[in-house]
Write a protein that binds this ligand. Structure first.
Ligand SMILES: Cc1cc2nc3c(=O)[nH]c(=O)nc-3n(C[C@H](O)[C@H](O)[C@H](O)COP(=O)(O)O)c2cc1C
Length: 226
């Protein structure tokens, strides 16, 4: 698999086999993550690997609970019966063998204090790039991942569970593991799925979660709209 295939065939995976992930493979995806660009090469990340069986279960439970409460219920306003339906998708998630937590550590005072917000934005971009690298490398190695942003909505629980110092900001968590899911055939998605989206409408949410927008809908040559 080449880099283009690894990037375009990546998909978010929810169900993992319980088989442990070899530490050599974990090392490879970490290496890919930390090869990402960052402002002035500040590398504002910490990566926490959880592959102890008791802890992975706790992290999985935390992610599903946080997903239900903060993402489905509070953020998206999903109706309760549909939340119940969605949570069934996570039945096999609890035995996920490994999680990687990407955190922000602003260990370098890069800019003058009035630019702190810009630096934080840049750090988030860098961590996004690290996560994208990690996910592509995992795909190439036959491993699944899925970006969970919901820990940003309840970081305290994870800070306490894993002894993460308060100055380390949790940005995202991904499971990492072997899986049986075949790459989805992704239809080109119509812009309507986005413009018609209404919170709480399960059909419109399902439509939003389908394919990817066509290049011509989001790419502009030489001028916006070109
Ligand atoms: C910043 C960010 C936050 C996300 N947060 C969540 C999340 O909290 N829960 C979840 O199940 N998926 C989350 N996702 C995964 C997206 O839902 C997923 O990437 C999207 O549906 C597209 O599917 P794909 O990853 O298979 O391309 C997040 C993705 C990103 C980039």
């Amino acid at each position: 698999m080449n880099a283009f295939e690894a990037i375009t065939q990546r998909q978010g995976v929810i169900c993992y086999k319980p088989d442990p992930v070899d530490r050599d493979l974990i090392q490879r995806v970490l290496q890919a993550a930390t090869a990402a660009p960052s402002p002035a090469n500040t590398q504002p990340w910490e990566l926490i690997v959880i592959d102890d069986a008791a802890l992975t279960r706790q992290v999985a439970e935390y992610l599903v609970d946080t997903q239900a409460e903060f993402v489905f219920r509070q953020l998206l306003g999903t109706p309760e019966p549909f939340i119940e339906h969605l949570l069934k998708l996570y039945d096999e998630f609890y035995t996920t063998p490994c999680f990687i937590i990407l955190c922000r550590n602003q260990r370098t005072e890069l800019a003058q204090s009035e630019h702190a917000a810009t630096v934080r934005d840049w750090d988030l971009c860098s961590i996004g790039a690290a996560m994208a690298n990690l996910m592509a490398a995992a795909t190439e190695l036959g491993l699944g991942t899925r970006w969970f942003g919901n820990p940003m909505m309840d970081p305290e629980t994870l800070h306490q569970m894993l002894g993460i110092p308060p100055e380390i900001e949790i940005i995202a968590v991904t499971p990492l593991g072997h899986h049986d899911e075949q790459p989805k055939v992704r239809p080109t998605q119509s812009l309507d799925a986005h413009t018609d989206f209404q919170r709480g409408d399960k059909y419109k949410l399902a439509a939003l979660l389908q394919g990817k927008l066509a290049l011509e809908d989001v790419v502009h040559f030489n001028k916006f709209g070109g």
